[in-house]
Write a protein that binds this ligand. Structure first.
Ligand code: SF4
Ligand code: SF4
Length: 93
């Protein structure tokens, strides 16, 4: 079974400038699928290890393989920013 968790970055109201932003999906997920991290500056003249930008954060779902398909994150997201595909088919909310 393959699980893909898609976060629509346009709809997601996780504050890019505030690591304490929305994170409702992350809070409700008992399987700890979600994570936040600083973005990387897209300036490739800077050495890779210096590219992390601590002022702009993003939320991601790096551990989709441990998702138990409970659907709680889909229900809690106030902006409909999440979608989960299981073997290519959307998980219902
Ligand atoms: S469906 Fe459940 S386990 Fe999977 S990411 Fe959402 S809250 Fe976490
Ligand atoms: S609950 Fe929705 S809006 Fe909030 S951080 Fe998660 S994906 Fe973004």
């Amino acid at each position: 079974m393959s699980v893909e968790i898609i976060i629509d970055k346009e709809k997601c109201k996780y504050s890019m400038y505030d690591p304490q932003g929305c994170k409702k999906c992350m809070s409700i997920c008992g399987a700890s699928v979600f994570a936040t991290r600083p973005t990387e500056k897209r300036d490739f003249s800077i050495p890779k290890e210096q590219r992390l930008d601590p002022t702009i954060w993003q939320i991601s779902a790096p551990w989709a393989d441990v998702c138990n398909l409970c659907g709680a994150c889909l229900k809690v997201c106030p902006h409909g920013a999440l979608a989960i595909n299981v073997d290519g088919k959307p998980l219902d909310k």
